[in-house]
Design a protein around this ligand. Structure first.
Ligand SMILES: [Zn+2]
Length: 472
């Protein structure tokens, strides 16, 4: 017999939440106490994949349990919005089932302009008057004059970093926590679905509160130097990489402390008992493992993310090594909250693993992931099954031209987790099998990258934020 349905859902997503250990740091650093406490009360998957290497590629799988989008919003905002809005999503299904639905975040890719407000009664994406809005008037002025100044100037990067620390291009974790908790406590008698997305681990990393003032100045300058190098595509020294990783970890500690605070406040209110808490990252973050930094790639360190389901009726403290994906979140949630929905899903419910009725899912599952970089006109794809993974890079020589396969690589991701040895020539049959499947996924989607941008006046605030986050 299944236990009673769980009453509420709290979905916590953290931008750039990596699960691959960082060189020079213990794995536990990526799971600070606030997050570990959550995992101890539930089940943690240590082999969870995101189907997208960037925010816009990953979130449709989380909220709709679908394959990643065939286009990037920078390539064609209207088509992307149509893709996001098409068919029922987690908030719509929950809303229809009688839940109060609310979202708290400040990621411009997830704003209402791209269709993410659908199904939420309360949607705080920080772009409405009266909502916590991180872009100050000073920020606006600086961003106007910035394009006229060479990016390589250290003082400008230092200014950028200072500005980012004083006035980050996103709402800080502390504010998001407060907003989400206030909403939860006001609606405590209703069944509710709350989604909170933290941005502090996204470049520029928000680590300021953890340092003393002298340390802080040194670190800010050091961080500015690192950012300048990355912008100029210069290699980082091993020390530079270690510092960058440290700043990321400090930002992560802030987020984890906020998650802990949010949960302890839920507990005090008696809400935690009756709430399923799901924690994941939209994608990870690279620190030079494959000569790249940040995200927007399909390598292990970018696609592998933590995934935790936490509730007293789940198998407390279990760590599952089963390969799962972020598209499995929606079907699992519907299952645990006993919500009927006849929607077509790419993911599978993980309930049998969460309640120890099985240790493996039956099928040999295939995971298809994408990452687009429209300014450089590149698309990266990965297909993974049974411990093998093919990575493909497609380049588009001109806007609107059809793609050219720059390379395909095959990796044994069980023996070679960090994907260092391409074994395509040694394993031609395995490669062929995966490559055929990859082609099937690409067939309907390999289309023009040249569509004109159609953004209007109303997107100016979204674009400004994207610029400050380093995208435009
Ligand atoms: Zn993201």
């Amino acid at each position: 017999m299944d236990p009673e349905p769980i009453k509420n859902l709290l979905l916590i997503t953290v931008d750039c939440l990596r699960s691959t250990p960082l060189a020079g740091y213990a794995a536990e650093n990526l799971f600070p106490p606030g997050m570990q406490a959550l995992a101890d009360r539930g089940v943690r998957f240590d082999n969870a994949l995101s189907l997208g290497g960037g925010t816009p590629e990953a979130f449709p799988s989380i909220l709709k349990s679908c394959s990643p989008p065939p286009i990037h919003p920078q390539q064609d905002p209207d088509a992307y919005r149509r893709f996001v809005s098409e068919g029922p999503s987690l908030p719509e299904i929950m809303h229809r089932a009688g839940f109060n639905t609310a979202a708290f975040h400040s990621n411009p890719w997830l704003s209402r302009w791209y269709g993410y407000g659908k199904g939420f009664e309360h949607f705080n994406d920080s772009f409405s008057p009266g909502e916590a809005n991180p872009v100050s008037s000073m920020g606006h002025i600086v961003n106007r004059i910035k394009p006229a100044i060479p990016q390589s100037w250290l003082f400008l990067s230092a200014y950028d970093v200072w500005q980012a620390m004083a006035d980050p291009p996103y709402t800080r974790a502390e504010v998001e926590t407060e907003l989400a908790f206030k909403y939860a406590s006001q609606n405590r008698n209703m069944r509710q679905f709350i989604w909170i997305h933290y941005m502090d681990c996204h470049q520029p990393y928000s680590f300021r509160l953890w340092t003393t003032s002298q340390n802080e100045r040194t670190r800010l300058l050091d961080y500015a130097r690192i950012i300048t190098k990355l912008r100029r595509n210069l290699a980082l020294s091993p020390e530079g990489r270690a510092s960058l990783a440290l700043y990321y970890l400090l930002a992560l500690r802030r987020v984890a402390a906020q998650i802990d605070l949010l949960l302890s406040r839920f507990e005090k209110l008696g809400l935690l008992e009756e709430t399923l808490v799901v924690l994941t990252g939209d994608h990870g973050e690279a620190f030079g493992e494959h000569e790249a930094y940040g995200h927007g790639f399909v390598d292990h360190e970018v696609l592998t993310v933590p995934l935790v389901f936490s509730h007293k009726t789940l198998d407390q403290g279990l760590v599952s090594h089963e390969p799962v994906s972020n598209a499995d979140i929606l079907p699992t949630v519907l299952d645990l909250l006993h919500i009927d929905s006849k929607v077509e899903l790419v993911g599978t419910s993980l309930t049998s693993l969460l309640r120890k009725r099985s240790t493996h899912l039956s099928q040999d599952r295939t995971f298809f992931s994408v990452a687009y970089t429209p300014p450089r006109r590149e698309a990266r794809y990965a297909i993974q099954r049974g411990g093998w993974k093919v990575k493909r890079l497609i380049t588009f020589p001109k806007p609107g031209s059809s793609g050219l396969v720059a390379y395909d690589e095959l990796f044994n991701v069980i023996e070679d987790k960090s994907e260092t040895k391409n074994v395509k020539d040694e394993e031609p049959e395995i490669y062929r099998g995966l490559e055929e499947d990859l082609e099937k996924h690409l067939r309907p989607t390999d289309k023009s990258w040249g569509a004109e941008r159609t953004s209007g006046e109303d997107m100016a605030a979204v674009e400004e934020r994207l610029r400050r986050l380093g995208y435009l």
